[in-house]
Design a protein around this ligand. Sequence first.
Ligand SMILES: *[C@@H]1O[C@H](CO)[C@@H](O)[C@H](O)[C@H]1NC(C)=O
Ligand SMILES: *[C@@H]1O[C@H](CO)[C@@H](O)[C@H](O)[C@H]1NC(C)=O
Ligand SMILES: *[C@@H]1O[C@H](CO)[C@@H](O)[C@H](O)[C@H]1NC(C)=O
Ligand SMILES: *[C@@H]1O[C@H](CO)[C@@H](O)[C@H](O)[C@H]1NC(C)=O
Ligand SMILES: *[C@@H]1O[C@H](CO)[C@@H](O)[C@H](O)[C@H]1NC(C)=O
Ligand SMILES: *[C@@H]1O[C@H](CO)[C@@H](O)[C@H](O)[C@H]1NC(C)=O
Ligand SMILES: *[C@@H]1O[C@H](CO)[C@@H](O)[C@H](O)[C@H]1NC(C)=O
Length: 581
Amino acid sequence: MATAILCAIRVTTAQQNLAVNWSSNTYGPDGPWNAITINVGGNQNSTDIESEQVSIDLLVGSYYASYIPSSSACRAYGPQCGNGGVWDPDTIPIKQPPPNIWDAPSFINITGTVYPGAVTIGTAGKQQTVYDVDLASIDTFSVKYPNEVTAAPELGFFALNSGMDKEIRALSDAKGSEDPWIVAGSLYNQFIIPSYSYGLQIGSAALNYSGSLVLGGYDKGRIIGPYTSCAGYMTTLLDITMDVETGPSPFSFGNASKLLTNVLGQPSSLSVKPDPMPPGLHLPAQTCSNLAQKLPVYYDSTTNYYLWNTSDPSYEQIINSPAYLGFQFTPAPGDEANVTIKVPFKLLNLTLTSPVVTRPVQYFPCIPFDRTPADQWRLGRAFLQAAFLGYNTHTNTMWLAQAPGPGVANEGLGLEPQDIANSATTLEVYSDKTLFADSWAGHWTATKATEASNSTSSAPADPTSTTTTNEHQPGISGGAIGGAVVGVVAGIAIIAAIIFCLVRKKSKQSTLQQSSDEGLEDTEIGPERGFRKQQSTSEGYTFLEMPTDHEVEELPNHAESKELPTSMRVYELESPLNTRR
Ligand SMILES: *[C@@H]1O[C@H](CO)[C@@H](O)[C@H](O)[C@H]1NC(C)=O
Ligand SMILES: *[C@@H]1O[C@H](CO)[C@@H](O)[C@H](O)[C@H]1NC(C)=O
Ligand SMILES: *[C@@H]1O[C@H](CO)[C@@H](O)[C@H](O)[C@H]1NC(C)=O
Ligand SMILES: *[C@@H]1O[C@H](CO)[C@@H](O)[C@H](O)[C@H]1NC(C)=O
Ligand SMILES: *[C@@H]1O[C@H](CO)[C@@H](O)[C@H](O)[C@H]1NC(C)=O
Ligand SMILES: *[C@@H]1O[C@H](CO)[C@@H](O)[C@H](O)[C@H]1NC(C)=O
Ligand SMILES: *[C@@H]1O[C@H](CO)[C@@H](O)[C@H](O)[C@H]1NC(C)=O
């Protein structure tokens, strides 16, 4: 009985999203970039964990595990190494193959050793300590910038579960598997957050627009719908355009499209990975050249970057105008319209600093990527300044959407953290078409005429748009489960939890079957179940498969601790489809 009660408590304890602190420091040398702050160190037996922890700033996005600089790794480098803080573990390393990362678009080569450590993460309002997280202490690391300058990164990287490839093993929410035990997975496994998921919007350090990272949820104030979504980490970029949101165009050509070309220089769609680890737009050289030809930028053969020609009069005009680079993606499953994510040029006026260059210069972050077949085109931090990226591990759903500009309070549309249910494949978002221009109004100067700038505030209103819900999965729509059911489910949750706990072992197999049938209706699942195919929405492109072995491994772990909510459809409580309107 004691077990049953304990189990009931675990299931019914409010699991809530956890927002993460962002640092007041910003980092380069190709940013400036925002970073998160976490506390690292100590273990279960610590009597005073706070005194044993150090505060560390990390860039969001990693492979395998979170990588944290050590003072010994930094000894070999100049003073910028470890600017974000260093951590010197005093625990015993985990017997695991040493994680080495060589990420070509990030120009980075890291070797590390994995140690268990405690992490305290959250905000002043709510923070959590998780123990025994696998943290990779950096032994050696270097970044080789395009001009061959080699340096140490200023700070390490925080793993979100941004992996995809076979070698990127960040999928486990269970200690003891061969995957690293990462922060979001352990928070989920310990019933602290409702799902092994995240919502990320990195904001703009140059504009003092702080980032947003919510584990087990997302900030609704950082998305403007409609979003695109897909299974896995790759999405289809259809085209890149240039246009202006309001007022006259600052470009002599008005607007432009068909700027995305493949390695042969032909207009083409590309399978791309939105990825916060690399800095730029890592695309075919021909695409960068197309963009540069339309802008006051030139390829500088000393730095090997595209630099803004700051003495060209159109430079300031373009940067300060409501003009944007538009990234057109395929619609979410079930939607018709392509999704365009607009990256205002204001965000593409980035700065190279020491040690890449001796004096700061403004660069345009299209970085020609000499991609090997095993690698992917990436849309890195420069792109994600203007985009929202979310991912739910259990449903293998990635969401990508327009993010608002800084807004009136440098909080986008306003702080509005929401949970992501474990079974979620959709998000509730605002879709008002005027929100984008409004959120940028304080930072834009419409081109030339004052009449034009007046028209900024009277951008065409969409009468039908308020808060709308993107519903891409008819299989679990509100029609199937009425609002009344939701209330009943809440009432019986505790009783059900006890029953469930008592019969858990016996029913494990059938629960598993049921949950995968219910939760994943729109994804193709192979006969051996867990083998999930990408929903291919574009023709002729091969998508990388989800590492299927993980899916198969993970399901039993979910069954241990999490199946009740799924099989009882308690998750409907948290679904925006049913609880709102
Ligand atoms: C905590 O203390 C227990 C009992 O002394 C010991 O078995 C365990 O290994 C310690 N854990 C850590 C992480 O040091
Ligand atoms: C990465 O660094 C390690 C250790 O410094 C070195 O042995 C290895 O050759 C480097 N790899 C690449 C691809 O540069
Ligand atoms: C988050 O920031 C607040 C306010 O600065 C601070 O009190 C808290 O300790 C920080 N928490 C973490 C985990 O960094
Ligand atoms: C681009 O410009 C052309 C002609 O200047 C105009 O007809 C068209 O509507 C514009 N397209 C967009 C998307 O603004
Ligand atoms: C920068 O722009 C100025 C003015 O248009 C022009 O004279 C100059 O040649 C440009 N410099 C480069 C490197 O393109
Ligand atoms: C470009 O960025 C630099 C560095 O943040 C800033 O000083 C400059 O004013 C920006 N240029 C424009 C036109 O906003
Ligand atoms: C989506 O974009 C593609 C490629 O640019 C275009 O061919 C197609 O017509 C667009 N679809 C819609 C519904 O606009």
